[in-house]
Design a protein around this ligand. Structure first.
Ligand code: PLP
Length: 433
């Protein structure tokens, strides 16, 4: 019998009964998960880049169980509870200075929807109601909901079918200067941003970006100088700056938040994924006093009309607090720095990999690494190849990446990078014969 579960991002086979069974995960422990046949796989992607502590972390499991025994859920409208209050304070403490207000939601996409709605309403309330469009970056990804699809990379075709549903926004080119670029090297990227702002600022409410690391856009990395320049441009053109730190937040780029590399405070910042260590779906959209205080007033226009059922869910807030405590007490930033050094040594400094004809580039930032190939077909079959070697790796388009859990040991990291390299080097040996 075929499964009633409908999976994302893949064509359905008209002869589904001929498909190989989708691997069924029966449990996870540390950086491994186990399939029902007994196979144990080392997870190189920490699920969808969120299980930063690995699976079945005792402190996180206990936090959920204890909270469930006290209060599993209650509406956050007109009521509050200790886990939400404590988590909001903790997030204000760890995020860039000035983000003093926390709006809870239940997923990264909805966090971005909230950011866009806040930006639009902010301009209505501050006398610029004509600012109704967003400015996003090409190669960006912000989620699959209606509002988010409209600000994802317009060129990759992912949401092409849904264009009749989507409002028109503006796009600037994706930055091209690398992470370690000198200030003058980001000038052309910033000039391209400035050009769109000069032409359209009168209707632009906010600039949205995944700071430093466009994750789903192929782990496209850029420089902190670009963030600083973007901040200045937004100030000059009365445009709010929104950082989508759904993927970059909680250490992925080597600092707690990507914004910290540039010491820039966005007007609005969105967090999810690592927020709960991946243990429950949850998200937070943070705002500065400037944004928040614009909503103070007596008229109907001042109410922020968004309130999903599970916002501020106590279980999710409680596990997020525990996740943050583990992150801080166990010096995760040091663990991430160690992983980054291993990734750099094993991938960026491997001359044979760099010289491989299929390879277009190798990049590492924090605990994120990618091997970019010239042709997507060069990654066909990668998943089975890695699985046969005990590693769960999922390539997409032209990108073979790893975003490991931060508890991944050096030896395990090397197993992952060895499999990534073996894919190219064994293939080449086969082609040479
Ligand atoms: N923003 C970024 C940068 C993401 O990487 C993602 C998901 O991968 C999202 C937003 C959407 O988050 P969610 O899948 O929780 O809706």
């Amino acid at each position: 019998m075929t499964s009633p579960v409908w999976h994302p991002y893949q064509r359905l086979n008209p002869r589904a009964e001929q498909d190989p069974a989708v691997p069924k995960v029966i449990g996870g422990d540390g950086v491994y998960f186990e399939l029902d046949g007994g196979e144990r796989l080392l997870d190189a992607c920490c699920s969808w880049w969120c299980m930063i502590h690995g699976y079945r972390h005792p402190r996180l499991v206990r936090a959920i169980a204890e909270q469930a025994d006290t209060l599993s859920h209650v509406m956050l409208a007109g009521l509050t509870h200790a886990p939400a209050e404590r988590l909001a304070r903790a997030l204000v403490r760890v995020t860039p200075e000035g983000l003093n207000h926390v709006f809870f939601i239940d997923s990264g996409s909805v966090g971005m929807e909230v950011a866009m709605k806040m930006a639009l309403q902010y301009h209505i309330l501050t006398g610029s109601p004509e600012k109704t469009r967003m400015l996003a970056l090409k190669r960006g990804y912000h989620g699959d909901t209606g509002g988010c699809m409209a600000v994802c990379d317009p060129d990759n075709g992912m949401h092409r079918l849904f264009s009749p549903l989507l409002p028109q926004h503006h796009f600037a080119p994706a930055p091209t200067a690398p992470f370690d670029a000198a200030p003058e090297d980001v000038e052309s990227d910033l000039a391209a941003l400035r050009e769109v702002l000069e032409r359209h600022h009168h209707e632009i409410a906010a600039l949205l970006m995944e700071p430093l690391l466009q994750a789903a856009g192929g782990l496209n990395m850029t420089s902190p100088h670009y963030l600083r320049g973007a901040r200045k441009l937004c100030d000059a053109f009365n445009v709010l700056l929104v950082f989508d730190e759904v993927a970059t937040g909680f250490g992925r780029t080597g600092k707690m938040f990507a914004a910290d590399h540039a010491e820039v405070t966005p007007d609005i910042m969105v967090l999810s994924k690592g927020l709960t260590g991946g243990y429950l779906g949850h998200a937070a959209t943070l705002a500065t006093d400037r944004v928040h205080d614009a909503f103070k007033g007596e008229s109907d226009l001042h109410a922020f009309m968004h309130g999903p059922t599970f916002m501020g869910n106590p279980l999710a807030c409680r596990v997020a607090l525990e996740s943050l405590a583990v992150f801080e007490e166990e010096n995760y930033l040091e663990k991430i720095a160690r992983l980054s050094r291993v990734l750099t040594r094993e991938l960026c400094e491997d001359a044979e990999l760099a010289a491989h004809p299929a390879v277009a580039g190798v990049r590492v930032l924090g605990a994120a690494a990618v091997i970019e190939v010239h042709n997507a077909a060069d990654l066909d079959g990668l998943r089975d190849f890695a699985r046969a070697r005990g590693v769960w790796l999922r390539a997409f388009n032209r990108y073979l990446y790893t975003m490991p859990a931060y508890i991944t040991a050096e030896a395990e990291m090397v197993i992952i990078t060895d499999v990534m390299k073996a894919w190219f080097l064994e293939k080449r040996r086969m082609e040479d014969h």
